[in-house]
Design a protein around this ligand. Structure first.
Ligand code: AHM
Ligand code: MG
Length: 335
């Protein structure tokens, strides 16, 4: 049987699920940009792309050359097609305005162009995370600058989300709101080919992911939960757990979508004004949409992440996501 490429999959979705043609185009353009990013990531030292830019982003984090390059690739690929009203990115303080010479479209694209930057220089998997929202009618204007308020919609409003992972294989994992599917980049064909249908997160797990070095800063419910995991068979949970922490959210989430687990980045006392490290709009929301669509759960310890009303583009949030049983347990400890 001939391989089902991303293009074919999307065309079939248009026929069977009424996926709008402009959304299909948007996903194809994002996928094309991810191929270009994969190409740059793969070059590594040979392409002169490793190391820092010597600049900081809005979060005060040092930008890597590949952070900036990946951001440019996504902007350039998406600005001219007429499918977007605007874009927002981890690497830009404010929303990106579609240049006046191009038409504007119905969607908003939000992304972390290269997540896991701290792993770039050590040849560990990194990825691109993206979220697609519809631009509310009142903000749609061909002439006026896009108001940033347009982006501030809860994750439940996402029409698509996904990530590309640049690892031993480059993969694109996607949801259009009817399950999760995975494509692997066939470098000979130059296409993403459907390799993982109907991805499901197992409901139970014995694997957890957390940056243990922050333990002393955690809140009590997280301390209690991780203590119980660590006591294993002798503790109240009655089984031994294994720990995995890649420090690339894309890679950690990819593992969970593949074989289950719980991923945690709790709020902590280091910077009390910031609830956690990860960002709601372009990290937590798209990953939560994927995890829920695959049968898992995702909360900030107190509520479902997808229900949170965002107040800022770069807002941070605590994250507990993955296998339902464990996410519900640690969320219960917060109540
Ligand atoms: P980034 O977007 O600047 O790369 O930061 C996000 C990353 C996540 O991929 C990962 O889960 C987390 O930061 C790891 O942070 P740390 O190792 O600093 O605790
Ligand atoms: Mg990130």
């Amino acid at each position: 049987m001939s391989p089902v490429t991303l293009s074919r999959y999307l065309i079939e979705q248009t026929r069977s699920n009424n996926t709008p043609a402009d959304l299909r185009f948007l996903i194809e353009v994002v996928a094309r940009a991810c191929k270009a990013i994969a190409h740059q990531v793969q070059k590594g030292a040979l392409g002169g792309v490793l190391g820092s830019m010597g600049t900081e982003n809005v979060q005060g984090e040092v930008q890597k050359k590949l952070d900036v390059l990946s951001n440019e690739i996504l902007l350039e690929a998406n600005e001219w097609g007429g499918h977007l009203a605007g874009m927002a990115s981890e690497e830009m303080d404010n929303a990106y305005q579609i240049p006046g010479k191009y038409p504007k479209g119905a969607y908003l694209l939000v992304f972390d162009p290269l997540d896991g930057s701290s792993n770039i220089d050590v040849n560990v998997s990194v990825g691109t995370i993206f979220s697609v929202l519809r631009c509310p009618d009142q903000y749609l204007s061909q002439n006026d600058a896009l108001n940033e308020q347009a982006f501030l919609q809860p994750g439940t409003q996402q029409v698509a989300a996904g990530y590309a992972i640049y690892g031993p294989q480059t993969m694109l994992v996607l949801t259009l709101g009817n399950g999760v599917i995975g494509f692997t980049l066939d470098r000979e064909l130059g296409s993403f080919v459907l390799t993982h249908e109907d991805i499901q997160v197992p409901q139970t797990t014995a694997e957890f992911a957390i940056n243990m070095s922050n333990q002393r800063h955690w809140e009590e419910p997280v301390k209690r939960y991780v203590d119980e995991l660590l006591t294993g068979q002798d503790g109240p949970l009655g089984k031994n757990y294994n720990m995995r922490w890649i420090a690339s959210m894309v890679a950690d989430v990819h593992r969970i979508l593949t074989r289950g687990g719980i991923f945690m980045y709790p709020r902590d006392a280091r910077e009390p004004s910031k609830p956690g490290k990860l960002r709601l709009m372009y990290e937590a929301n798209p990953m939560s949409f994927l995890i829920e669509q695959a049968g898992g759960a995702s909360t900030d310890g107190r509520q479902r992440i997808l229900d949170i009303q965002p107040e800022g583009l770069h807002q941070r949030v605590a994250v507990f996501l993955g296998s339902k049983e464990e996410v519900e347990r640690v969320t219960g400890y917060h109540q």
